[in-house]
Design a protein around this ligand. Structure first.
Ligand code: IMP
Length: 437
């Protein structure tokens, strides 16, 4: 190979996709960030997870809780793609489609759903709940939306894809076969079996709503990419819930790291460019599992109320804690975050002291997050750095220099610790409440 040719081969590719990813346990405020970035994107793509996700966008004082439709939907020129890695509950998706249509938001020709997506079927939800109840005091705290069971079916060749909806007779056959087996399992949990005939009637109605949106999203995205269109990949949940890199089994069922852009949407890994890690200024998590920086006192309650930390999907009160930079550092490493967005910094206004976890100790020795299983995480002691707080309301500030000094110090510390530039600071729930750096 000539030297000249070799150099051309290694020139960086012009066009890349951008990825937004949560760096904690979900609910970092990714929806708002994606909504902001979506304005300049031609495509916003969901590539993993399902309606266990809940992304809230506030526009003109109206709240839109989204579970499946990508957070670019409120920008009329942005196309929305639900790619193959997403698992779909038809009932939830059709309700969302209905909500937008009633609000006058056009979806025809701009919402595309992959025929490769697996369907969350009624027996998946029944099984999720039955397993949770059977676990008793060892409940995982899943959203009971059927995520674990549908993904288990996917990898054991028992799943049913959207593709099967294209031929109703084949769908009925496959659904009936699976539902009969699942009903036997449900009986062992003493749970009523699902009514196959009734469920098929309901699914046949939902199918009609979804059919016009089914597309070959792989081809669509490849074409968009080759035409230099701007593509934004919208991560759901977060790195700390990744099925491989979380303290399993306190995980969600999918891979949540940017590698899932390849498996979940068919975008080759070398085409991934910017990876924006979203970091909430404190931590929250829903469901069970260890939480080293958890605040179980009144301060935790105060932050929960002020930050309205109640699940978008389940309404459950979220557990609250200090920012855990040891965990976030790991999340940024494993996901290759190239820039950071800080969210909900306004919620910390009014606290006299603010703590940040900068490492873990177990039996007197430092231990990195990556070496901890759920048992170690439950026993370790966080090492904290303490900051003085600020009292000012931050919601109308849109320049970094106008933030109170103590708030600036807090943010600068996060940037120095992670060694990743902070590009955006969200100072309130509304679209316009942010600082660009
Ligand atoms: P699943 O994804 O419903 O199976 O739930 C597994 C774990 O992930 C539970 O602790 C859930 O609370 C958590 N989880 C799933 N999706 C989200 C999310 O979007 N935000 C926060 N936590 C989530």
């Amino acid at each position: 190979m000539s030297k000249e040719f070799a150099i051309i081969q290694f020139l960086p590719m012009r066009n890349t996709v951008s990825v937004v990813i949560g760096t904690q346990w979900g609910d970092e405020g990714k929806g708002k960030i994606v909504d902001l970035l979506a304005e300049k994107s031609d495509y916003v793509v969901r590539f993993h997870g399902g309606n266990n996700a809940g992304h809230t966008i506030v526009v003109n004082n109206k709240k839109y809780p989204l579970h499946l439709v990508p957070s670019g939907v409120l920008h009329s020129k942005t196309n929305c793609v639900i790619a193959n890695g997403v698992v779909i509950d038809l009932e939830v998706l059709t309700a969302e489609i209905d909500m937008f249509i009633k609000d006058g938001i056009k979806l025809d020709g701009r919402l595309f759903i992959s025929e490769r997506c697996h369907l969350i079927l009624p027996y998946h939800k029944a099984l999720d709940l039955a397993f949770e109840n059977a676990r008793g005091k060892d409940k995982l705290g899943t959203t009971t939306r059927g995520i674990g069971p549908v993904l288990a079916d996917k990898v054991s060749y028992n799943g049913i894809r959207i593709y099967e909806l294209l031929n109703w007779d084949i769908f009925v056959e496959k659904f009936t076969f699976q539902a009969k087996i699942k009903n036997e399992i449900l009986k062992t949990f003493n749970v009523s079996p699902i009514d196959i005939k009734k469920e098929l009637e309901r699914l046949s109605e939902l199918r009609k709503i979804i059919l016009p949106f089914i597309a070959d999203t792989y081809q669509l995205l490849q074409k968009a990419f080759s035409e230099n269109r701007k593509i934004l990949m919208e991560g759901a949940q977060a790195v700390m819930l990744d099925v491989d890199f979380s303290p399993y089994p306190f995980s969600t069922g999918s891979n949540t790291i940017p590698g899932a852009v390849n498996t979940g949407a068919g975008i080759p890994v070398q085409k991934i460019g910017d990876i924006l890690g979203v970091v909430k200024a404190y931590t929250s998590r829903v469901g069970g599992g260890p939480f080293p920086t958890e605040l179980t006192d009144e301060l935790g309650d105060e932050i929960r109320e002020k930050g309205q930390e109640f699940g978008t999907t389940t309404g459950r009160p979220r557990r609250i804690g200090w920012l855990d930079l040891e965990a976030v550092k790991f999340a940024c490493q494993v996901s290759g975050a190239t820039e950071i967005a800080i969210t909900k910094i306004d919620i910390l206004s009014g606290l006299e002291k603010i703590k940040v976890c900068i490492g873990y100790k177990l039996n007197g020795k430092s231990i990195p997050y990556s070496s901890c299983g759920y048992q170690e995480l439950a026993k370790l002691t966080p090492v904290y750095k303490e900051f003085s707080g600020w009292t000012e309301d931050l919601t109308n500030i849109n320049k970094f220099a106008d933030l109170p000094n103590n708030c600036q110090n807090y943010i600068k510390f996060i940037e120095d610790f992670l060694k990743i530039p902070i590009k955006l600071i969200s100072t309130g729930p509304k679209r316009e409440e942010y600082i660009k750096l």
